[in-house]
Ligand binder design. Sequence first.
Ligand SMILES: [Zn+2]
Length: 143
Amino acid sequence: MYDRDRILDSVDLASLADEVLGEHHGSDRSPTWPCPNPNHAQTGSTPPVTIFRSNTGDERWHCHGCGAGGTAIDLVMTTQNVDVREALEALAARSGISEEDRPLRRTRRCTPRHVPSDGVTDPDGLASYVDACAKPGSTDLMV
Ligand SMILES: [Zn+2]
C-alpha cells in the first residue's frame, strides 16, 4: 500500500498541473489551467482551472466552468486515464517515494542491546539485595 497522505503532501499541485495540463496562464500568484474534462468545451481565453487549499490542508484543483476537480490523484487519473492505484504509483515515482518506503509501524519487537553472558554482573548489588531481603521484618512470608 502507498501512503496516500504522504504522497499528496509531497506533490506541488501547481507544478503537477503544469506538467499534465500544460504551462499555466496568468501570473504565478494566480495561475489558471485548461480543464482536463474532455466533455468541457472551453472557448474563453482564460482557462477555468485554479488551485486552492482545502479546509483539511490538501491542495485541490477546481474547474470553475464544469465543476471538475479534486486532489493531485484525481488530476492524474483524469489526465492520464488511469485508476487510483496507478495514479498513486505515478505520483510516488514522481516524488521519489517507493512503496517500501512507507513509515515504519509502531509495533516492533524489543531486542535487548546487551545481554549479560556471564551471570551476575553486579555481585555487590546482588549481595546487598539479598541482605535487605533477609532482614527480619522485610517480608512476612519468609520463614
Ligand atoms: Zn471544466
